[in-house]
Design a protein around this ligand. Sequence first.
Ligand code: BTN
Length: 233
Amino acid sequence: MKWEIVCLDEIDSTNRWMKEHGSGDMVVVADYQTAGRGCGTNRWESQRGRNLLFSLLLHPKDIDVRHQFRISEVVSVALCDTLEEYATGFSIKWPNDIYWHDSKICGMLTENRVVGQSLTESIVGIGLNVNQQEFLSDAPNPVSLCQIVGHGVDRTTLLQSFLHRLESLWSVEGVGDTYRRRLYRRGMECIYEDVEGRFPATLTQVEPDGRLVLTMSDGKERRYAFKEVSFII
Ligand code: BTN
Protein backbone atom coordinates (compact mmCIF):
# COMPACT_ATOMS: atom_id res chain seq x y z
CA MET A 1 0.00 0.00 0.00
CA LYS A 2 1.42 3.39 -0.94
CA TRP A 3 -0.17 6.00 1.30
CA GLU A 4 -0.50 9.61 0.23
CA ILE A 5 0.06 11.55 3.47
CA VAL A 6 -1.44 15.03 3.80
CA CYS A 7 -0.29 17.15 6.78
CA LEU A 8 -2.40 20.09 7.95
CA ASP A 9 -1.69 22.67 10.68
CA GLU A 10 -5.33 23.11 11.59
CA ILE A 11 -8.67 21.76 10.40
CA ASP A 12 -12.14 21.33 11.88
CA SER A 13 -12.00 17.52 11.76
CA THR A 14 -9.74 15.17 9.79
CA ASN A 15 -12.70 12.80 9.25
CA ARG A 16 -14.74 15.64 7.78
CA TRP A 17 -11.79 16.74 5.61
CA MET A 18 -11.33 13.20 4.33
CA LYS A 19 -15.00 12.91 3.39
CA GLU A 20 -14.68 16.02 1.21
CA HIS A 21 -11.16 15.63 -0.24
CA GLY A 22 -10.12 12.00 0.14
CA SER A 23 -9.06 9.81 -2.78
CA GLY A 24 -6.92 6.72 -3.19
CA ASP A 25 -5.09 5.36 -0.14
CA MET A 26 -4.78 8.54 1.83
CA VAL A 27 -3.88 9.62 5.35
CA VAL A 28 -4.62 13.13 6.61
CA VAL A 29 -2.85 14.26 9.77
CA ALA A 30 -3.57 17.49 11.66
CA ASP A 31 -1.71 19.29 14.41
CA TYR A 32 -4.96 20.71 15.76
CA GLN A 33 -8.70 20.20 15.24
CA THR A 34 -11.18 22.97 15.97
CA ALA A 35 -14.13 20.55 15.97
CA GLY A 36 -12.61 17.13 16.55
CA ARG A 37 -15.36 14.55 16.72
CA GLY A 38 -15.59 11.70 19.18
CA CYS A 39 -18.14 8.92 19.16
CA GLY A 40 -21.79 9.99 19.28
CA THR A 41 -22.09 13.65 20.22
CA ASN A 42 -18.76 13.78 22.07
CA ARG A 43 -15.96 16.16 21.12
CA TRP A 44 -12.35 14.98 20.89
CA GLU A 45 -10.08 17.38 22.77
CA SER A 46 -6.39 17.47 21.97
CA GLN A 47 -3.70 20.07 22.71
CA ARG A 48 -2.15 21.69 19.63
CA GLY A 49 0.90 19.89 18.23
CA ARG A 50 1.10 17.29 20.97
CA ASN A 51 -0.82 14.23 19.77
CA LEU A 52 -1.63 12.20 16.69
CA LEU A 53 -4.91 13.21 15.04
CA PHE A 54 -5.41 11.49 11.73
CA SER A 55 -7.87 9.82 9.39
CA LEU A 56 -7.25 6.95 6.99
CA LEU A 57 -9.18 6.36 3.81
CA LEU A 58 -9.48 2.64 3.19
CA HIS A 59 -10.94 0.80 0.23
CA PRO A 60 -11.45 -2.68 1.59
CA LYS A 61 -11.74 -5.29 -1.16
CA ASP A 62 -14.52 -7.85 -0.99
CA ILE A 63 -15.71 -7.00 2.50
CA ASP A 64 -19.35 -7.93 2.89
CA VAL A 65 -21.28 -5.40 4.96
CA ARG A 66 -21.84 -8.11 7.60
CA HIS A 67 -18.07 -8.31 8.08
CA GLN A 68 -17.31 -4.60 8.37
CA PHE A 69 -16.20 -5.09 11.98
CA ARG A 70 -12.98 -6.60 10.56
CA ILE A 71 -11.77 -3.05 9.97
CA SER A 72 -12.04 -2.25 13.68
CA GLU A 73 -10.28 -5.52 14.51
CA VAL A 74 -7.33 -4.93 12.19
CA VAL A 75 -6.85 -1.25 13.09
CA SER A 76 -7.15 -1.91 16.85
CA VAL A 77 -4.60 -4.74 16.74
CA ALA A 78 -2.20 -2.59 14.65
CA LEU A 79 -2.50 0.25 17.20
CA CYS A 80 -1.94 -2.07 20.15
CA ASP A 81 1.10 -3.70 18.48
CA THR A 82 2.56 -0.26 17.73
CA LEU A 83 2.12 0.96 21.31
CA GLU A 84 3.68 -2.20 22.67
CA GLU A 85 6.96 -1.15 21.06
CA TYR A 86 7.05 1.49 23.83
CA ALA A 87 5.52 -0.18 26.91
CA THR A 88 3.37 -3.06 28.12
CA GLY A 89 -0.15 -2.99 29.58
CA PHE A 90 -2.23 -2.05 26.50
CA SER A 91 -5.55 -3.65 25.63
CA ILE A 92 -8.52 -3.10 23.34
CA LYS A 93 -11.65 -1.85 25.02
CA TRP A 94 -14.59 -3.03 22.98
CA PRO A 95 -15.29 -1.99 20.33
CA ASN A 96 -12.15 -0.03 19.43
CA ASP A 97 -10.67 2.14 22.16
CA ILE A 98 -7.11 1.44 23.20
CA TYR A 99 -6.55 1.36 26.93
CA TRP A 100 -3.46 1.33 29.11
CA HIS A 101 -4.61 -0.43 32.27
CA ASP A 102 -7.82 1.51 33.15
CA SER A 103 -6.99 4.68 31.19
CA LYS A 104 -7.83 5.62 27.61
CA ILE A 105 -4.93 6.46 25.30
CA CYS A 106 -6.66 6.24 21.93
CA GLY A 107 -10.13 6.55 20.39
CA MET A 108 -11.38 5.67 16.94
CA LEU A 109 -14.27 7.00 14.86
CA THR A 110 -15.09 4.83 11.85
CA GLU A 111 -17.44 5.96 9.09
CA ASN A 112 -18.23 3.39 6.43
CA ARG A 113 -19.78 3.80 2.98
CA VAL A 114 -21.86 0.81 1.94
CA VAL A 115 -23.15 0.13 -1.59
CA GLY A 116 -25.59 -2.78 -1.83
CA GLN A 117 -24.08 -5.51 0.32
CA SER A 118 -20.46 -4.30 0.05
CA LEU A 119 -18.34 -1.94 2.03
CA THR A 120 -16.75 0.33 -0.57
CA GLU A 121 -14.96 2.91 1.53
CA SER A 122 -14.08 3.41 5.15
CA ILE A 123 -12.83 6.53 6.90
CA VAL A 124 -11.08 5.63 10.14
CA GLY A 125 -10.33 8.61 12.37
CA ILE A 126 -7.83 8.05 15.15
CA GLY A 127 -6.98 10.25 18.11
CA LEU A 128 -3.88 8.99 19.94
CA ASN A 129 -2.59 10.83 23.01
CA VAL A 130 1.16 11.05 22.54
CA ASN A 131 2.85 14.01 24.27
CA GLN A 132 0.03 15.75 26.13
CA GLN A 133 0.87 16.15 29.84
CA GLU A 134 -2.38 17.57 31.19
CA PHE A 135 -5.97 16.88 30.17
CA LEU A 136 -8.41 19.69 30.82
CA SER A 137 -11.59 18.31 29.22
CA ASP A 138 -14.05 16.19 31.16
CA ALA A 139 -12.90 12.96 29.49
CA PRO A 140 -12.99 10.56 32.44
CA ASN A 141 -9.69 8.68 32.30
CA PRO A 142 -7.21 9.97 29.68
CA VAL A 143 -3.53 9.06 29.52
CA SER A 144 -0.77 9.79 27.00
CA LEU A 145 2.17 7.71 25.82
CA CYS A 146 4.55 10.31 27.25
CA GLN A 147 2.96 9.92 30.71
CA ILE A 148 3.39 6.15 30.43
CA VAL A 149 7.01 6.03 29.25
CA GLY A 150 8.21 9.16 31.07
CA HIS A 151 9.60 11.02 28.03
CA GLY A 152 8.42 12.63 24.79
CA VAL A 153 7.76 10.41 21.76
CA ASP A 154 8.33 11.31 18.10
CA ARG A 155 4.90 11.44 16.44
CA THR A 156 6.15 10.80 12.89
CA THR A 157 7.98 7.62 13.90
CA LEU A 158 4.87 6.43 15.73
CA LEU A 159 2.60 7.07 12.74
CA GLN A 160 5.00 5.37 10.29
CA SER A 161 5.25 2.35 12.53
CA PHE A 162 1.46 2.11 12.79
CA LEU A 163 0.95 2.39 9.00
CA HIS A 164 3.56 -0.28 8.44
CA ARG A 165 1.88 -2.67 10.89
CA LEU A 166 -1.54 -1.95 9.43
CA GLU A 167 -0.39 -2.88 5.93
CA SER A 168 1.07 -6.19 7.08
CA LEU A 169 -1.99 -7.16 9.13
CA TRP A 170 -4.61 -6.89 6.35
CA SER A 171 -3.79 -10.24 4.83
CA VAL A 172 -3.06 -12.07 8.09
CA GLU A 173 -5.43 -14.86 9.10
CA GLY A 174 -6.32 -14.86 12.77
CA VAL A 175 -6.33 -11.09 13.41
CA GLY A 176 -9.84 -11.57 14.80
CA ASP A 177 -8.46 -14.04 17.36
CA THR A 178 -5.71 -11.60 18.33
CA TYR A 179 -8.32 -8.85 18.74
CA ARG A 180 -10.34 -11.10 21.07
CA ARG A 181 -7.32 -12.20 23.10
CA ARG A 182 -6.39 -8.58 23.71
CA LEU A 183 -9.79 -7.43 24.94
CA TYR A 184 -9.91 -5.26 28.03
CA ARG A 185 -11.53 -7.14 30.93
CA ARG A 186 -11.99 -10.33 28.96
CA GLY A 187 -12.93 -13.22 31.26
CA MET A 188 -13.20 -11.02 34.38
CA GLU A 189 -16.44 -10.39 36.21
CA CYS A 190 -17.04 -6.60 36.19
CA ILE A 191 -19.89 -4.12 36.37
CA TYR A 192 -21.69 -3.02 33.19
CA GLU A 193 -24.65 -0.73 32.60
CA ASP A 194 -27.47 -1.01 30.06
CA VAL A 195 -30.90 0.67 29.81
CA GLU A 196 -32.12 -1.37 32.76
CA GLY A 197 -29.28 -0.43 35.10
CA ARG A 198 -26.02 -1.82 36.44
CA PHE A 199 -25.19 -5.50 36.66
CA PRO A 200 -22.19 -7.80 37.10
CA ALA A 201 -21.16 -9.90 34.10
CA THR A 202 -18.16 -11.37 32.33
CA LEU A 203 -17.06 -10.36 28.84
CA THR A 204 -16.86 -13.73 27.11
CA GLN A 205 -16.95 -13.03 23.38
CA VAL A 206 -17.31 -10.53 20.55
CA GLU A 207 -19.42 -11.82 17.63
CA PRO A 208 -18.04 -11.58 14.06
CA ASP A 209 -20.51 -8.72 13.46
CA GLY A 210 -19.00 -6.84 16.43
CA ARG A 211 -21.70 -7.44 19.03
CA LEU A 212 -20.45 -7.84 22.60
CA VAL A 213 -21.42 -10.99 24.49
CA LEU A 214 -21.67 -10.69 28.28
CA THR A 215 -22.29 -13.78 30.38
CA MET A 216 -24.22 -13.49 33.63
CA SER A 217 -23.45 -15.51 36.77
CA ASP A 218 -26.33 -17.92 35.93
CA GLY A 219 -24.72 -18.64 32.53
CA LYS A 220 -27.26 -16.61 30.51
CA GLU A 221 -25.82 -14.45 27.74
CA ARG A 222 -26.69 -10.89 26.74
CA ARG A 223 -25.68 -9.43 23.38
CA TYR A 224 -25.10 -5.74 22.77
CA ALA A 225 -24.44 -3.48 19.81
CA PHE A 226 -22.17 -0.45 20.23
CA LYS A 227 -23.60 2.17 22.65
CA GLU A 228 -26.17 -0.24 24.10
CA VAL A 229 -23.94 -1.04 27.09
CA SER A 230 -21.14 0.71 28.94
CA PHE A 231 -18.29 -0.46 31.11
CA ILE A 232 -18.25 0.90 34.65
CA ILE A 233 -14.61 1.73 35.27
C1 BTN B 1 -13.82 8.44 20.56
O1 BTN B 1 -14.73 9.15 20.98
O2 BTN B 1 -13.26 7.64 21.28
C2 BTN B 1 -13.39 8.57 19.11
C3 BTN B 1 -12.41 9.67 18.96
C4 BTN B 1 -11.90 9.85 17.56
C5 BTN B 1 -11.06 11.11 17.43
C6 BTN B 1 -10.36 11.22 16.11
S1 BTN B 1 -9.18 12.52 16.08
C7 BTN B 1 -8.98 12.32 14.36
C8 BTN B 1 -10.33 12.03 13.77
N1 BTN B 1 -11.02 13.26 13.42
C9 BTN B 1 -12.08 13.48 14.21
O3 BTN B 1 -12.81 14.47 14.14
N2 BTN B 1 -12.23 12.46 15.07
C10 BTN B 1 -11.23 11.45 14.89
